[in-house]
Design a protein around this ligand. Structure first.
Ligand code: UD1
Length: 374
């Protein structure tokens, strides 16, 4: 039986990956430090057929023992808040970049013999997605909108050459990276370090660039996680979801069960030394997210999305995946549609207590000058 070590396997994404591996008859060990912000105690969804070790991936002795027993390393552990990474810089670099460096030192220096390594990367390493200028008939790469543009409410990108508005296009893996947050920089580091060591030591390695993940077990009262969780807790507490910009910005929402399947395929396919997008390939606007969640929570007669007249510094306007490479390398294609996935999130969310901590988090970011009003 192939044994897989899943770091961060008690978290939102990691726990679904654990379930997927257990169902496919892998021998699964999890190492997780139950980070406070995400989990309070041991979550009740842990899989009885996996083995759990509570500890930190930066603990060299512990990781040496665990890696010596593993055939596959699936590295999901990490510090995950994008906004927070801009004022807890050392922590993010320590956990994500140096944590991965330590694991790789163990792999090359100790008695570790891995068949495969999989690492959680992120679409955040692209910065803005790919765009096309219909007037110049060419692809354009935009950098982040500056404060002046955001403050004027000019949300869309225009062509740097002719000024025509740009159209978003599917983002391929070949798009030059433009990591604009510390979080994104550490994800880029993790991905590159794992691929580099994998190549040098002949360990087939796959980096999965996750797009915007949603689904059950997402920490609803963690205001630093994605928009689906934030809107869910707002709606559950009878508050309107606050939409930044004009709500017509888009993201590629992918259900966590699809992410889990991509992680199994990364182990079972012949893919090696490659980074692939894991997204649905379909853009969805933030207004659509707000409306869908209000509807699914049955609050259409009471609530409607509120345009907050705000924007978040460092936010991109559009990014969605070109899913072709994942199909070719892993045989992966997203299966759960947006509405079906949202139903699963809401069904689970109805049973959760979720404190609405949006205002608190918003004030914290405001205090750091990381949101601005237009
Ligand atoms: C960022 C990260 C991504 C990470 C995700 C969740 C980047 C480019 N990407 O994505 O890696 O997985 O956070 O941590 O850094 N919004 C509202 N109202 C809210 C909250 C958000 O309108 O209350 C809007 C945002 O302004 C944004 C969109 O929803 O336009 C998506 O936000 P979010 O879910 O935080 O994800 P990203 O910014 O795409």
């Amino acid at each position: 039986m192939t044994s897989v070590l899943v770091t961060g396997g008690a978290g939102f994404v990691g726990s679904h990956i654990v379930d997927e591996y257990v169902d496919a008859a892998y021998d699964v060990t999890v190492v997780d430090n139950l980070t406070d912000q995400v989990h309070e105690d041991e979550p009740d969804y842990l899989n009885d057929d996996a083995e759990y070790v509570w500890g930190d991936v930066r603990d060299r002795e512990l990781m040496t023992d665990l890696l010596e027993d593993a055939d596959v390393l699936n590295h999901q552990a990490g510090a995950v808040g994008v906004g927070q990474s801009m004022y807890e810089i050392e922590k993010y670099v320590d956990v994500n970049t140096l944590g991965t460096a330590r694991i790789l030192d163990i792999i090359v220096d100790e008695d570790v013999d891995l068949e495969k390594m999989v690492v959680a990367s992120s679409m955040s390493i692209y910065g803005e997605g790919e765009y096309y200028c219909p007037n110049c008939e060419t692809v354009r790469h935009s950098s982040l909108r500056d404060d002046e543009q955001m403050a004027s409410g000019e949300w869309e990108h225009s062509c740097s050459e002719c000024g025509h508005s740009l159209e978003p296009k599917p983002t391929p893996e070949s798009k030059p990276r433009d990591s604009t947050s510390i979080y994104a920089i550490t994800k880029k580091d993790q991905e590159e370090m794992m691929l580099s060591i994998g190549r040098a030591y002949d360990i087939p390695t796959v980096a999965l660039r996750y797009f915007n993940i949603f689904g059950s077990r997402q920490a609803l009262d963690n205001p630093y996680t994605g928009v689906c969780a934030i809107f869910s807790s707002r709606i559950k507490n009878d508050n309107p979801p606050l939409v930044f910009e004009d709500g017509e910005q888009t993201r590629d929402f992918i259900h966590v069960s699809d992410i889990a399947r991509a992680n199994r395929l990364a182990v079972e396919s012949d893919a090696e030394n490659v980074a692939v997008n894991v997204g649905s390939g379909t853009p969805t606007t933030i207004n659509e997210v707000a409306e869908m969640l209000i509807d699914l929570y049955g609050k259409s007669s009471e609530l409607e999305p509120e345009i907050a007249n705000d924007y978040r510094q460092g936010d991109i306007r559009h990014c969605y995946a070109d899913p072709a490479k994942a199909a070719e390398e892993l045989g992966f294609e997203a299966e759960v549609g947006f509405e079906e996935g949202m139903q699963e999130l809401v069904q689970w969310g109805r049973e959760q207590e979720a404190e609405d901590r949006f205002e608190e988090a918003h004030e914290e970011l405001e205090g750091k000058g990381l949101v601005g009003e237009d």
